[in-house]
Each structure stands twice: as C-alpha cells, then as structure tokens.
Design a protein around this ligand. Structure first.
Ligand code: AVJ
Length: 320
C-alpha cells in the first residue's frame, strides 16, 4: 500500500455553505432564474452522473476513454510529469490509464485528485492509493487553484468536458489562473467536447431512460435538504436545448404549474409561473481553432490535439 495523504481539505463546511447560499440567492432572485451546475454533485448526483456516462446516448466518456487508450503513452512521454493533478476527478476511472502510462514512463510520483465531493474523492483516493502515492484535495477548481499543495513537474488534467460548464468569461479567467499557477514547461491536458450534429448533442443531454432528467432535478433535492426548501422536483420538467449562437447545450428546469417555493434557510420565497424555465447548466462544445486560440491567449501552447475517429471529442495537450 502506498502513502495516502489527506485528503487535504480546502473546503470547510462554512465555505461550502456560504457558496451554496450565495449561488442560490443570486440565481433564484435573478430574471431569468438560474442555478450553477456545481450543486448537482452530492453523493446521489455523483452516482447519477456515473449512470449518465454509461448511457448509449452519452458519448463523451466513451470517446475520451478511447482517446486515452490510444494515446496515454504518448501523453505521458510528452508531459514527462512527476505529478498528475486532476481537477474535477470524480471517480478517477479514466485517470488510471494516464497513471499507468506515467508509471511505465518512469516519471510518476504523485497523483493529486481534486474534487468538491469529498465522498467520491475519498473513495477514489482510497482505491488508487493501493497502487500510487495519492494526495486527495477537496477543493473547488474555480476558486482554489492557487492553494493546491505544491508538487514538482505537474501535468494538470481537466477531463470529461467539464470546461464546458464555464461561460466564456469564466473560462478565460480559469485558463489564465491555471497558467499562472504553473511553471513554464508544465503541461495541461484538457478534455473538450466538440461541435457536432445537433440531434446527437440533444440526445446526449435528454436520454430516453430519463437519467439526465433525474440528475437535473437532483439540484432541487440538494437545495431542499441543505437549505430547508420545499421544491417539488416532480413538478419541474427536464429541458435540454442546443444554442447554436453560443455553441452550447443548455439544461433547464421548466415549472409545469404555478408554484411558490420557500427556501427557509435563506428566508426567501420564490414564485414560479407555469412554463417558466430556470437554467441549471451550460455545456459548451468546441472547435479546434477557437479552443487553440483561447489557450494561446492564456499562455498555453497546444502541442498535441487528439480526437476519436469520429471527431466527437478532443483531448488537448498544451504546455505552459
Ligand atoms: C460533467 C460537465 C462534463 O456537461 O456533459 C452530463 C455534465 N450534464 N449530462 C457534461 C452533464 C448532463 C457533464 N460534465
């Protein structure tokens, strides 16, 4: 058994509570209403997301895995990393391919998974510490980048297309902050979903088994439990649309009737009109030229651009 440090916790209960309260108050008092996707991921939400990754319609996970299978060795050699930092690591399933490749290349010393969900993080850290030195960090990748424990020769991996959850201005800030925490020569491995046929995109976010709908409604359960609210999740319909102007999927919850919701912990009462839609997630889809330009603007030079044979998904290896 290797050493398992931590998990290091950059998210104390107060921080989480404050962030949730701020987000919910800001989002539910805005017009139109919105909620950030971060709060999907309690233990139940993480489990639902894992189910999503196995749906026939949800191609990104399988495509990214295929790319990793084909190119993990080369990625390991090009990066030469001693430390693999993974942002939004979740179950760390796909990461094993990278860890094995880095271990075979002889450079790997430490795996540092970073996730907001401490339960999922701990399970992954425990499992992988059988084979690798693991330093788990419970943190919010948008706010704690500069506070991650220092380790030498890093590759930062941000897989799964989670970058698509950030709107362009937040994405720019994220890339720049990440660049400023890295030393020249360190690497960044980014998983990005690519623009494709709209019907396939919509199917991926509105599956026939209704798992994505349950995942979407789960954010209401999280708010009910954590903020003593009385949302009736079944009274909201799951909506997934593709916005061709922005190249992003939007998930929404549509009120199926007039409702009055109390968020007691915030002393907040919110009205929904029948048909009103509340945005719960964007999932941006990328094109090669645009993403390469965004990375360059932040100080990353793209060294490898890998896709699956169908061109559905990209893994982008760039250097600071
Ligand atoms: C975890 C953000 C990559 O945007 O595809 C899946 C989340 N939402 N189905 C995505 C998600 C609905 C997923 N990411």
């Amino acid at each position: 058994r290797n050493r398992l440090e931590g998990p290091v916790n950059l998210i104390d209960a107060d921080y989480l509570r404050q962030a949730l309260e701020n987000d919910v108050r800001a989002g539910l008092t805005a017009a139109p209403k919105w909620l950030p996707p971060k709060w999907f991921y309690d233990a139940c939400g993480s489990e639902l997301f894992t189910k999503i990754t196995r749906l026939p319609e949800y191609y990104p996970t399988r495509r990214e895995l295929a790319i990793l299978k084909a190119h993990a060795r080369e990625i390991a050699t090009v990066s030469g990393a001693a430390t693999l930092v993974e942002l939004g690591s979740g179950t760390s399933e796909k990461t094993e391919l990278l860890l094995d490749a880095l271990a075979s290349a002889g450079t790997l010393r430490t795996y540092m998974p970073v996730d907001v969900d401490s339960v999922t993080l701990k399970a992954a850290a425990d499992r992988l510490s059988e084979r690798f030195e693991v330093v788990g960090v419970c943190a919010d990748f948008e706010n704690h980048l500069s506070q991650l424990p220092q380790r030498p020769d890093r590759m930062v991996a941000f897989l799964g297309g989670t970058i698509g959850n950030l709107e362009p201005p937040a994405r720019e800030v994220f890339f720049k902050e990440l660049r400023s925490t890295l030393t020249d020569g360190e690497t960044f491995l980014l998983g990005a979903d690519l623009v494709k046929d709209t019907s396939r995109l919509i199917a991926a976010y509105d599956d026939s088994a209704g798992v994505t709908a349950a995942f979407n409604r789960n954010v209401l359960r999280v708010i009910n439990r954590r903020l003593d609210a009385d949302f009736v999740p079944a009274d909201f319909a799951h909506v997934a649309i593709y916005d061709t102007d922005h190249d992003w999927i939007e998930m929404r919850l549509r009120a199926t009737k007039d409702m009055v919701v109390h968020i007691r912990a915030l002393d907040l009462t919110v009205m929904f009109a029948e048909g009103e839609e509340m945005r719960t997630e964007i999932s941006a889809k990328f094109r090669r030229a645009g993403l390469t330009r965004e990375l360059a603007m932040a100080g990353f030079e793209v060294e490898r651009w890998y896709t699956d044979p169908d061109g559905d998904f990209a893994l982008v290896l760039s250097r600071a």
